[in-house]
Design a protein around this ligand. Sequence first.
Ligand SMILES: CC(C)(COP(=O)(O)OP(=O)(O)OC[C@H]1O[C@@H](n2cnc3c(N)ncnc32)[C@H](O)[C@@H]1OP(=O)(O)O)[C@@H](O)C(=O)NCCC(=O)NCCS
Length: 202
Amino acid sequence: MTDESPDAADMRRQPWRLVPATSDDAAGLTALDLALVRDGRGMVISEEQVRSEAAEAERLATLTEAAPNGTICLLAKVDADTVGAAELRVLSPRRCAHVGLLSLGVHPDWQGKGLGRALMVELIGHARAHSLRRLELCVRADNLRAIALYESLGFITEGVRRGFIALDDGGFADDLLMARWLPERDREDCPLADLGDRVTRS
Ligand SMILES: CC(C)(COP(=O)(O)OP(=O)(O)OC[C@H]1O[C@@H](n2cnc3c(N)ncnc32)[C@H](O)[C@@H]1OP(=O)(O)O)[C@@H](O)C(=O)NCCC(=O)NCCS
C-alpha cells in the first residue's frame, strides 16, 4: 500500500525523463525547434531563425552559468532524443528577481500525451524551490491548447498584445501575457494563494 496520489504514480510511468540541459544538448534542442517550427502550430519564429547548433551550445553554456538564480532549461528525453523543452529565465533587475519568464515546446509526435503538463509542473516546482513569486509567459491568442494548459495550472490572462503577430496571409494575430503568483516558500498567505494551491493538485 502507498499513500502516493494516482497522478504522481502515473507521471513516473511515463516513457520520458526530465533533465536539466547542458551545452551537450544543443543538437537535440536545435532539432526540436526545427520540428516545432516546421509543424507551425503555436510558433512565432520561422525556420531560418532557429538557432544553429553552435549558437545553441553557446546559449546553453551561458544559461547553465546562471543556474544558481533559478534559471533553467529542462529537457524531456526519450532514450537519446530530446522530445520536449521548457525554460525558466529569472529576470536580472534586482526589483524583478522574483519573476520567472517561461517558455515551452513539445515535439509534434509527443504532443497530447501529458508531457507539456509534466514539464510545466516540474518548472513550477523548481520556481517555488528558488523562492520565485511570479511566473509569466506569452502565448498566441489562437493557441488554445497551450492556453488551456496554462489556465489549468493557475495562469490568468493579464494582457492582450493586439495584432502582435503578423500572419502569412497578411492578417495579424493577438498575443496574450499570462501570469500566476506563487506562494512564499513555506507560506500560503500570498495574493492569489488559491492559484498556488492548484499546482499542487495538478
Ligand atoms: C502547447 C504544448 C506545449 C502542450 O504540450 P502537450 O504535451 O501537447 O500537452 P499535454 O498533453 O500535457 O496536455 C496539457 C493540456 O493541454 C490541453 N490540451 C491538450 N490537447 C488539447 C487539444 N487538442 N485542445 C485543447 N486543449 C488541449 C489540455 O488542457 C491538457 O490538459 P489535460 O492534461 O487535462 O488533458 C504543445 O502542444 C506544443 O509544444 N505545441 C507547439 C508549441 C507551442 O505551442 N508552445 C507553447 C508556446 S506558448
